[in-house]
Design a protein around this ligand. Structure first.
Ligand code: GN1
Ligand code: MG
Length: 377
């Protein structure tokens, strides 16, 4: 965020903070995290009570904020009911209602804001530093999916229909190509050809796997590494955040997002593609952690197809970033020029690497699931 944008945002946060924390003076406002959709701030407050996370909501991406917040409340209530009584109180995201009971408050410009309790003593990361942390991260996301296994999928709204519909995402890319809104098409011929070609291959493999015909279950749908908070002292995962896309879907998408963001030592927008390397040891840690976290929650059909998640999500994100680059960066907030093109290149490169390594992915997962290297083919 540019300094002037941040200043304007902080100003509006100060304006809405009293709706969520009446009578408490705002001490400081600072940007938080690296999400691409909403704008997120940490707001330090005087007086009794926790600091808040205030988010100005992106209503282009989430047009029905009521349905969005109803989902978040349903999911957090479910998780809280399953959390150990004497466990870490930060383990489940805490929504803070406005003093009038509403889940969002609007500033003078009409923008919707929501609030969460700031989980003190936590941090988020964009790149996983060690295999051990990759294991713990994957176990935490696996346990998250397991905890949602008995939440009725029909009780959740679909905040973004077709969120992980690869064919739909490829069609969206073709629409962006046809429109060429900002004249960038001539410079992305190579990326486009690669995205189309791998898109066809991954799409065919997904169809053949049968995984998408399995019953949909509530999943996170955006298990990227920076959607998990860690404890500053123990470096253990504390809380899964960003519950906006929790809706019926497939475990492949969750495991895949994790693989996409945690299997190499580079961030999703790395420009030096030599650093965007599929790391087999890292993948092994992710596979073991995810299977352990899931416990008995996955069916054989889901486990056998999990390997496809990584290539699918890397490719799907590349397709979405490329479509947005062609559209003029209207969806994913850019933080530098051509940011969505850099994101495209890194994710395409990673998707191709994962796809070339698919036998290894399959064997590693089969081993993690304790079924022997030849199982699940
Ligand atoms: C967005 O909000 P954030 O930054 O956690 C996006 C994900 C993408 C991700 C790419 C609602 O997640 O689907 O995979 O960016 N969320 C939405 O980094 O579109
Ligand atoms: Mg996020």
């Amino acid at each position: 965020m540019r300094d002037d944008e941040l200043a304007a945002l902080a100003e509006r946060a100060r304006e809405v903070a009293p709706a969520f924390a009446p009578g408490r003076e705002v001490r400081a406002v600072a940007p938080l995290g690296s999400g691409h959709i909403h704008a997120t701030l940490r707001v330090a407050l005087a007086g009794a009570g926790p600091d808040l996370v205030l988010q100005s909501l992106n209503e282009h991406v989430f047009p029905d904020v009521g349905a969005l917040m109803a989902n978040v409340e349903r999911v957090t209530a479910h998780l809280r009911a399953r959390a150990p009584r004497d466990g870490d109180e930060r383990a489940v995201l805490r929504v803070v209602r406005a003093a009038d009971g509403a889940l969002v408050a609007r500033d003078a410009a009409g923008t919707a804001w929501r609030a969460f309790v700031y989980a003190r003593g936590t941090f988020a990361i964009d790149v996983v530093p060690t295999d051990e942390l990759a294991f713990r991260t994957a176990r935490a996301f696996g346990a998250f999916a397991a905890a949602l296994a008995d939440l009725d999928p029909a009780s959740l709204a679909l905040p973004i229909p077709g969120f992980h519909d690869l064919a739909g995402r490829l069609a969206q890319l073709e629409r962006a190509v046809a429109a060429d809104r900002v004249g960038r098409l001539r410079d992305v011929g190579e990326e486009l050809a690669r995205a189309r070609s791998l898109g066809a291959e991954v799409g065919a493999a997904l169809d053949a796997s049968g995984a998408l015909a399995l019953p949909a279950r509530p999943v996170h749908n955006d298990c990227k590494i920076n959607n998990l908070l860690f404890d500053e002292a123990t470096r253990e995962p504390v809380c899964v955040v960003d519950l906006d896309t929790v809706m019926p879907g497939t475990l492949l998408a969750d495991f895949g997002e994790l693989v996409r963001t945690a299997t190499c030592r580079a961030a999703e927008d790395e420009r030096d593609l030599a650093l965007v390397d599929f790391d087999a040891a890292r993948f092994d840690a992710l596979a073991r952690g995810y299977v352990e976290g899931l416990g008995g929650a996955a069916s054989d059909g889901e486990r056998d197809a999990l390997w496809l998640g990584g290539p699918w999500m890397a490719l799907e994100n590349a397709v979405r970033f490329l479509a947005d680059h062609l559209d003029g960066d209207r969806y994913f907030r850019p933080r530098r020029p051509d940011h969505n093109l850099h994101r495209t290149r890194a994710q395409l490169h990673l998707a191709e690497q994962l796809w070339r390594s698919r036998d290894a992915l399959r064997e590693t997962l089969a081993r993690a699931a304790g079924k022997g290297a030849r199982a699940g083919r």
